[in-house]
Design a protein around this ligand. Structure first.
Ligand code: CU
Length: 155
């Protein structure tokens, strides 16, 4: 009697151990999937952008990622736009025509933009960006000159 009970106890223990093993394997698979997701998302970053009169503020302004999602909020009182330029020069030396920046030139290339962001509105823009220097601007007439520009570095 006591022996049988002992055997039953042992087999219950074995089953328990097997169940635990199955649970552990499942955990390892799920954990691996979560890790893969985390690695994928580490290559994609969110940059919060505040635009207004007359400012463009990026947080962060240096990004270690190949895909960037800009979440742009207009906290100003006027309508603005958000333009991302790949640039060979800094904001101070961007080519200008009249009161606007030349978005496509030997030194600049428009790589994406959101037009017409109304006061209080938030819009998103997701871009695949190569490492390098970028300038985010509002290119409504005169707005760049009033200070609507910010440097973005992709590392
Ligand atoms: Cu503007």
């Amino acid at each position: 009697m006591a022996g049988r009970a002992g055997t039953r106890g042992l087999s219950t223990l074995r089953m328990g151990a097997r169940r635990l093993l199955v649970v552990c394997v499942c955990c390892a698979i799920l954990g691996g999937a979560a890790l893969a997701r985390a690695q994928a998302s580490s290559n994609s970053k969110v940059v919060r952008v505040v635009i207004g009169e007359y400012v463009v503020a990026l947080d962060p302004s240096t990004v270690h990622a190949r895909r960037v999602t800009f979440v742009v909020t207009n906290t100003g009182l006027k309508v603005h736009e958000f333009v991302v330029l790949r640039s060979k020069v800094g904001a101070a030396r961007l080519p200008v025509e009249g009161n606007e920046v030349r978005e496509d030139s030997s030194a600049t290339r428009n790589v994406g933009e959101i037009g017409k962001i109304k006061p209080g509105e938030t819009k998103r823009l997701s871009l695949a960006l190569k490492p390098g220097l970028y300038v985010a601007i509002c290119n409504y007439p005169g707005h760049f000159h009033h200070g609507m520009h910010a440097i973005l570095r992709i590392r």
